[in-house]
Design a binder for this molecule. Structure first.
Ligand SMILES: [Zn+2]
Length: 374
């Protein structure tokens, strides 16, 4: 397994070396390949991110340099891939706008790059890769093992104007407010985790090689993106060894190179899966039970399979042939299937739906507002 991605990458690079005929470019398959990646250097401008203990090195500068190197490597190797940076200068970009940039570009992949830090007195080191999700539970709490990290990265919001309105009351200093993330699901979780694994593996060969693993955490910047998305903490500003690496050009370039190798692996797999899907269409899954007609004015029950910041096409393969009801709640779009006035009937379908949509849950819809059924 360890050698396979490398072989695939080399195959992809070899194929790129030969020119692609114009006819192939117009092929529908070509249009479905990984065409656009958005690289997001964290922080910038008035937001320095974390700072080294001697105050000489800022996260915003380190991540901009690594992101620029990654961008250059992708552009040089894949001229047909559009690589977009959310910032290419030392400017402040609001968290929400980073996702907007990616969504407007219809990006196929979003890579956010950061540097970690801890309080004085600890020697934590290494890299970690994160995808959006509920943090791991400790007991009955939603507290994350990465809680301090999540709070610090989300705290950027406090520097933005009108953040209370814009982020719907989300308070990055209140860990419980991250509970809002528990009410949404991640349509691209599998692909995000796959790429996160690619990154974690590739970075194990780098100058900072201690892996802190892949985890799901409620990072705001990953919430609104409508494509596979990861956030990488390349190392610790507060660890002398990690800091020594990211302070050198060689160190930063090696980190960028490893993320680039992960990108190659992901792109090769992405393009190949598109090809297979197009040539051997999967039989449509039987999406029964279909919704029964319900009176939208009367309360009814259903199964919420997705809540997302971007409106979905009801024909999207994500829905596996189900015909979801769309309910808009603020900036969120919620998708509900198996609607019925009888909760007992909905419950009969729940196990089957959960086998496809792991994070789905029962809801009651009253006056167009859905609420979880306890
Ligand atoms: Zn950061």
């Amino acid at each position: 397994m360890s050698k396979q991605p490398f072989v695939l990458v080399m195959t992809a690079l070899a194929l790129l070396a030969t020119s692609v005929p114009a006819s192939a470019q117009k092929d529908g398959r070509e249009a479905l390949r990984l065409k656009t990646v958005v690289i997001d250097p964290g922080h910038g401008g008035k937001d320095a991110g974390c700072v080294s203990r001697d105050k000489k090195t800022y996260e915003k500068d380190i991540v901009l340099d690594i992101a620029t190197r990654l961008n250059n490597k992708i552009s040089a190797t894949f001229p047909d891939v559009e690589s977009i940076m959310t910032r290419s200068d030392d400017i402040f970009v609001e968290l929400e706008n980073r996702a907007v940039i990616a969504n407007k570009a219809n990006a196929n992949l979003f890579i956010s790059i950061h540097v970690n830090a801890v309080e004085k007195g600890t020697t934590a080191n290494g890299y970690s890769v994160h995808v959006l999700g509920q943090s791991q539970r400790q007991g009955n709490d939603l507290y994350s093992k990465n809680l301090d990290l999540v709070k610090r990265e989300n705290a950027v919001i406090l520097l933005e104007d009108n953040y209370q309105t814009k982020y719907q009351g989300f308070d990055p200093n209140d860990p419980q407010s991250s509970i809002i993330f528990s009410l949404m699901q991640n349509a691209h979780l599998t692909a995000s985790l796959t790429f996160a694994d690619d990154v974690a593996k590739a970075m194990g060969n780098g100058p900072i090689r201690h892996s802190r693993g892949v985890s799901q955490d409620p990072f705001w910047v990953l919430w609104r993106t409508a494509m596979p998305s990861v956030l990488i903490e390349v190392g610790f500003m507060t660890n002398p060894d990690d800091l020594a690496v990211i302070r050198t050009e060689e160190g930063r370039d090696a980190i960028a190179q490893n993320i680039f190798m992960a990108f190659c692996t992901f792109k090769t797999r992405y393009d190949a899966s598109v090809k297979v899907d197009r040539e051997e269409p999967q039989p449509a899954p039987a999406p029964d039970p279909q919704p029964v007609a319900v009176n939208p004015d009367a309360p009814f029950y259903g199964i919420q399979i997705l809540a997302t910041g971007k409106q979905m096409n009801p024909e999207d393969p994500f829905f596996h042939g189900y015909k979801p009801l769309e309910i808009q709640a603020g900036k969120l779009y919620k998708y509900i299937i198996c609607r019925d006035t009888s909760l007992a009937n909905v419950k009969k379908s729940f196990a089957k739906v959960q086998s496809v949509f792991k994070d789905s849950y029962l809801v009651k819809v009253t006056d167009g507002i859905s609420a979880p059924v306890r």
